[in-house]
Design a protein around this ligand. Structure first.
Ligand code: NHO
Length: 369
């Protein structure tokens, strides 16, 4: 086959974005050397919230780190970016490595212009159901004829969670229930606070350690309110066929004491959290009396159409109880797998593994273009 060129635009160069750019370089080098059908991946746009790097003639960006630093071009708003990309002399893949809502809301625009979209950003797939519908009405892997859209890393980072769910459904299995630990932060917190061996740190101390290790969001309340997990469950439930309106449409337990909702900032919150350790200790002791441990889990009961996120008790021998570090675990209970669920487990947070899911999606799109 003749060589082909595919243009790549990347929005966001933070923890995940930087790792993705390194993986992109490795992939590009490998694909360009294919003896039978070389593909040349050409990075033509890169932006952060502050500035952008691109050339009017779609020339490939090299040394992006120093070039971006030196650039004085402002970031293009989504509509202008779409206009720029649609005139590129070839197929374009847009990679959104931000958690920006406005960019997420513009995916239908990119897709309907034939631009494929790949992202670890949960916002587009877990906000209103209307946005979900307009994305999949435009995309070629929906009911449309536009670009392709993939978002593997929006649940479980690089773990093959969404692709597995899709394959179970496509091959005719009936998915009855999906259950697991979907947050690296929550996993670490409960594995430290309530280890299966007994004992464990005070809850506030576990939160402080998690923050020091860089597992939490800058303000730990953004992890403790359960919304990150609720977004992931919304995505899974929708893929399983439930028309979930938004992450506010089902019960989500927040671990933020009501008294601390109004704290001015994350530091103020962390300073006062020890006042509420008694409540969490009681939960831990109540579970211990039953020979169990508490874990923060999410589940989708597909048959009943029920989604929920919050604390549950598990026998110490249960795979969810025995999780280590900040690992995620996702169990699919299906007709074929019967009582022994298909289980996916491993690191569910961090730049490299999240970027792997993004790069994997790019490989899939390249096969389809
Ligand atoms: P950063 O490090 O804040 O980087 C964001 C970048 O976007 C910055 O370069 C910023 O300048 C740029 N940006 C923001 N707004 C922009 C705009 N309007 N225009 C242009 N650029 C803009 O965030 P991360 O960590 O790199 O995350 C990027 C995306 O990946 C987010 O949507 C995040 O939710 C998603 N993601 C990250 C992780 C992770 O481990 N870091 C995971 C999944 C998805 O599975 C992981 C996870 O869920 C972690 C979770 N906290 C957990 O389980 O505990």
């Amino acid at each position: 086959a003749p060589p082909r060129q595919v243009f790549i635009a990347v929005i966001g160069a933070g923890g995940v974005g930087k790792c993705f750019l390194t993986q992109l370089q490795q992939l590009a080098s490998k694909l360009s050397q294919s003896p039978s059908s070389p593909t040349y991946l050409s990075l033509i746009y890169l932006s952060t919230s502050k500035k952008a790097l691109y050339h009017p003639d779609y020339k490939s960006l090299s040394n992006w780190e120093s070039e971006l630093h030196a650039s004085d071009k402002p970031t293009l708003p989504p509509t202008n970016l779409a206009d720029y990309l649609v005139k590129a002399p070839g197929k374009v893949v847009l990679v959104d490595n931000t958690s920006n809502q406005e960019i997420a809301e513009s995916y239908p625009t990119f897709l309907s212009k034939g631009i494929s979209v790949i992202t670890p950003n949960k916002k587009a797939f877990s906000s209103s159901y209307a946005l979900w519908r307009s994305i999949f009405t435009a995309a070629s892997n929906g009911s449309g004829a536009g670009g392709w859209v993939f978002h593997e890393s929006s649940v479980g980072a690089g773990l093959p969670v969404l692709s597995t769910l899709k394959e179970l459904l496509e091959t005719g299995d009936t998915v009855r229930k999906i259950e697991g630990v979907f947050s690296g932060t929550m996993s670490f917190l409960f594995n430290s606070f309530a280890p299966t061996s007994g004992g464990g740190a005070a809850f506030s101390a576990a939160v402080k350690t998690a923050k020091e290790k860089g597992f939490t969001e800058p303000d730990p309340r953004d992890d403790l309110n359960g919304l990150d997990v609720a977004r992931k469950l919304t995505i899974l439930a929708r893929l399983a066929g439930l028309e979930i309106d938004s992450p506010a449409a089902f019960p989500v337990q927040s671990l933020i004491p009501a008294e601390l909702e109004a704290c001015a900032d994350g530091d103020d919150f962390l300073a006062r959290l020890p006042e509420f350790d008694d409540r969490m200790e009681k939960l831990k002791r109540d579970a211990e009396k039953e020979g169990k441990v508490v874990r923060f889990v999410g589940s989708v009961d597909v048959g009943k159409g029920e989604v929920k996120v919050g604390l549950e008790k598990f026998d110490t021998g249960h795979p969810i109880a025995a999780l280590k570090g900040s690992d995620n675990i996702i169990a699919f209970y299906t007709q074929r797998y019967g009582d022994n669920p298909l289980i996916i487990q491993g690191a569910g947070a961090g730049g490299e593994v999240t970027a792997m899911g993004v790069t994997g999606d790019l490989v899939k799109v390249l096969r389809l273009l």
